[in-house]
Design a protein around this ligand. Sequence first.
Ligand SMILES: *[C@@H]1O[C@H](CO)[C@@H](O)[C@H](O)[C@H]1NC(C)=O
Ligand SMILES: *[C@@H]1O[C@H](CO)[C@@H](O)[C@H](O)[C@H]1NC(C)=O
Ligand SMILES: *[C@@H]1O[C@H](CO)[C@@H](O)[C@H](O)[C@H]1NC(C)=O
Ligand SMILES: *[C@@H]1O[C@H](CO)[C@@H](O)[C@H](O)[C@H]1NC(C)=O
Ligand SMILES: *[C@@H]1O[C@H](CO)[C@@H](O)[C@H](O)[C@H]1NC(C)=O
Ligand SMILES: [Fe+2]
Length: 430
Amino acid sequence: MKHCIILLLMIGVSTCKNIYPRDVNYQPDQVHISFGDKTNDIVATWSTFNDTASMVLYGVDSPERQAEGASVLFVDGGKAKRRQWIHRATMRDLNFDTRYVYQVGSEDGWSRQFSFKTPPAGEDWVVRIAIYGDMGLNGSMSLPFLKRDVEQGKYDLILHVGDFAYDMNEQEGRVGDDFMNLLQPLAAAVPYMTCPGNHESAYNFSHYSSRFTMPGPESNLYYSFDVGPIHFVSISTEVYYFTEYGIKLMVEQYEWLKRDLTVANMDINRRKRPWIILFGHRPMYCSNSDDIDCSVEYTRTGFLGLFGMEPLLKEFGVDLVVWAHEHSYERTWPLYDSVVYNGSYAAPYVNPRAPVHLVTGSAGCREGRDHFRRNPFKWSAFHSQDYGYTKFKAFNKTHINIEQISVDLGGQVIDEFWLVKNKELSFNQL
Ligand SMILES: *[C@@H]1O[C@H](CO)[C@@H](O)[C@H](O)[C@H]1NC(C)=O
Ligand SMILES: *[C@@H]1O[C@H](CO)[C@@H](O)[C@H](O)[C@H]1NC(C)=O
Ligand SMILES: *[C@@H]1O[C@H](CO)[C@@H](O)[C@H](O)[C@H]1NC(C)=O
Ligand SMILES: *[C@@H]1O[C@H](CO)[C@@H](O)[C@H](O)[C@H]1NC(C)=O
Ligand SMILES: *[C@@H]1O[C@H](CO)[C@@H](O)[C@H](O)[C@H]1NC(C)=O
Ligand SMILES: [Fe+2]
């Protein structure tokens, strides 16, 4: 800037742009948004290949306000050590239930104008979410359906339950860049909330850690956030499997999870937000036949018997647990320690006596579908190999509706259930 002013004085040219022609390397790429520490703080994240300022212009009718963020250099772990600058800027204290337009970039190059709607304030509104895992750059069968839904304003947020791009680190990280651009129509329009999967493990999960911005003081590997009547908890199941990176995170996450659930389950909080929903990549329960995934479940049983998380689900009354990893869909009956605890035989999901598990990893990727055992377990209520995604609606503090959409069948609903909780529950009698 200083040089620019000096040069302007010296030679009197009309704009700085003539002096410093900026190229495509300064153009914002891979724009996406997520919730900040509250649902009316929206963080924009994007990349440029050369370093420049990190600005977001935003407003209700036109982008008349601006906020400045910061950038960090991200170097891919491959041979070429490919570089990009990842920018973050937060739009804070926005009005609730309001549509905003925004542009990211700097004087060296601005993105096109995007838009999002902030959610309503408080707890009493219908929370609408698309949920899925295992979406690749190639074969992302669900993407056209999700794009259509997002264009029509059908979701308040998206949960991507691990496994991105296949794999973000491939081709010196170009697969990651292309995938983030592929996601842009979804992720620049709706807060895109994530957890890591096994396909993010390269270079100690650095592509995942660097590219996504999630709330909370810890990291984007595990965090929690509140939306309407729900407390969401996002965990890394991968700390139980990629122990070559150290077991410190596994221990820290377990301790954090206990603290987080303790607070969420305190009377004052639970009355406000009765629903606690946890999501992570690898299922605690699944009945697929593809490999040992459905028999070696460290997150449930613990690593060498230690830090198993299922007892915490029971202790703190986690209502719903959402997984992916298997390229299929499966719903369980209310379940603890492999035993079914229906609310009642006639209405298993009305005041269930244990957490309900869902596996939704069929968004589509180059690895295709995963198959099921010939004899599913007793706790398995429904399963399907169709490509698709989950439509979640929390109507209020007592009623959640869940639908599974098959894209094979052109968007048809292949599974539907109501999770109902209209009295104070404790799972401690299990
Ligand atoms: C801009 O980025 C390109 C591509 O990464 C790199 O080759 C070039 O050296 C960078 N230029 C500056 C001025 O940083
Ligand atoms: C996707 O498919 C194209 C064409 O078949 C191929 O060139 C490319 O390498 C694939 N990318 C990934 C990440 O598998
Ligand atoms: C991997 O990353 C985590 C934090 O993201 C860090 O705690 C750990 O020490 C790293 N492990 C290695 C081997 O670098
Ligand atoms: C739970 O409810 C379902 C649906 O009624 C039923 O098929 C299943 O057998 C029940 N399980 C137990 C253990 O009661
Ligand atoms: C919650 O939503 C369900 C489904 O729309 C509805 O039947 C029920 O009456 C609602 N409960 C309250 C307290 O609003
Ligand atoms: Fe996976």
